[in-house]
Design a protein around this ligand. Structure first.
Ligand code: TXA
Ligand code: MG
Length: 367
């Protein structure tokens, strides 16, 4: 089946009090089986009626998404959760009450009513209640749960502004609701509650530390653990969260991630830049605010130097991460070098995305 071509409507929606007429139009499209991109607090989502298998198939086609990568179902009230899962455990309720609405996705046993198209054939379903007035109002107006992956073409950095959705999906979806830039910039944390130990399948907006404060036994799954996360993992590897095995977020041009102590990172980036240049390459650097002057003063300076944010403000780094990766494709540079960041708090999600974005090209110099 081919993806449907569509004329993509674009509405600028009030992000605090979304206009009733726009919600009416968007929710009608959802009920009729259409695809609507909408803002959430994490990234923009590409929504369809989660209970309509054909609408859900269109999501995969529009994104070019592998069919074995399941979708998150978005809700905006507790009753809907009961129609999606056969069992709401104590732990699920506790976490939902603490972190919903918000950037936490819970993997739960699938209710038979949830189409297997949503879960990519799995007997589990991922559910999240997003914290954004437009997302919540849209779900309520639609009257059905909304299946929504990030609204990017598969493999591209996730969209943090409506213009990114436009770039990737214009002509492939029915409507984009532009509610301005998102507030968080990385996706939700995916937490599997179907095993014996609650396991983080994808680090995200709710940090491991926040989860452990409520549930000390939460652990980091191997696919999302720092040392093993790599976009170079062979596609046949059985990954607990199917989406984690694919290369993701990658700019078209090569990106090398340099990890380690800050001083070591800086020295290595300058050295690698010199080597690449000796081979005639134009080199870009994605740097922290703190390192900017160091690269700026290199002679000659890099061909492109972009500040991603302060090392002391991981929330700020998260917010601009995907936008920075998207911009890499717009500049006249052959190869990019990016600084690694500390892996506490949101740093875990940031490093997970960077490791995938560099397709396994990581330099970790000995200290
Ligand atoms: O913040 C977010 O989560 C955004 C916004 C739009 O809500 N959505 C998002 O969706 O990032 P997506 O499709 O880009 O990523 C969903 C992740 C994938 O890694 C997928 O494999 C995993 O969730 N996932 C979905 N259902 C699952 C399941 N039943 N078991 C394990 N992992 C699942
Ligand atoms: Mg995604």
């Amino acid at each position: 089946m081919l993806h449907r071509t569509a004329i993509t409507d674009y509405l600028i929606v009030n992000p605090i009090e979304p206009q009733a007429e726009y919600l009416e139009r968007a929710s009608r499209l959802i009920r009729e089986g259409g695809l609507v991109a909408f803002p959430t607090e994490t990234v923009y989502g590409l929504g369809a009626n989660a209970l309509d298998p054909e609408a859900v198939q269109q999501i995969y086609l529009a994104k070019g998404r592998p069919l074995d990568n399941p979708l998150i179902v978005h809700i905006a009230d507790w009753d809907s959760l009961e129609s999606l899962t056969t069992e709401i455990s104590e732990v699920a309720r506790l976490l939902g009450e603490r972190f919903w609405p918000g950037p936490l996705t819970l993997v739960l046993p699938r209710h038979p009513q949830v189409p297997l198209e949503v879960t990519a054939g799995l007997e589990t379903v991922a559910v999240r209640w997003p914290k954004h007035p437009v997302a919540e109002a849209l779900i309520r107006a639609a009257g059905v749960p909304i299946a929504a992956p990030s609204a990017n073409r598969s493999g591209r950095p996730s969209p943090t502004e409506a213009s990114h959705v436009m770039e990737d999906l214009v002509g492939r979806i029915e409507l984009i609701l532009d509610g301005g830039p998102v507030g968080l910039g990385v996706e939700s944390t995916v937490l599997d509650l179907t095993g014996t130990v609650p396991t983080i399948l994808r680090p995200g907006g709710i940090t491991q530390e926040q989860l452990q404060a409520v549930l000390p036994e939460v652990r980091l799954g191997s696919a999302s653990a720092a040392e093993t996360a790599s976009a170079s993992a062979p596609e046949s590897t059985a990954a607990p969260s199917p989406g984690m095995k694919y290369g993701h977020y990658a700019p078209e041009k090569p990106l090398i991630l340099v990890e380690g102590e800050l001083e070591v990172i800086r020295r290595q980036i300058l050295e690698t830049m010199a080597q690449l240049r000796a081979n005639g390459a134009k080199v870009g650097i994605l740097a922290s605010l703190e390192s900017y002057p160091i690269y700026k003063e290199a002679s000659p300076p890099p061909d492109y130097l972009q500040v991603m944010g302060s090392r002391h403000d991981l929330a700020d780094l998260a917010l601009y991460l995907f936008k920075t990766l998207r911009e890499c494709d717009l500049v006249d540079v052959d190869i990019f070098l990016v600084e690694g960041f500390p892996e506490h708090g949101l740093g875990l999600a940031i490093m997970d995305r960077l490791r995938r974005a560099c397709r396994g090209q990581i330099i970790k110099p000995p200290v």
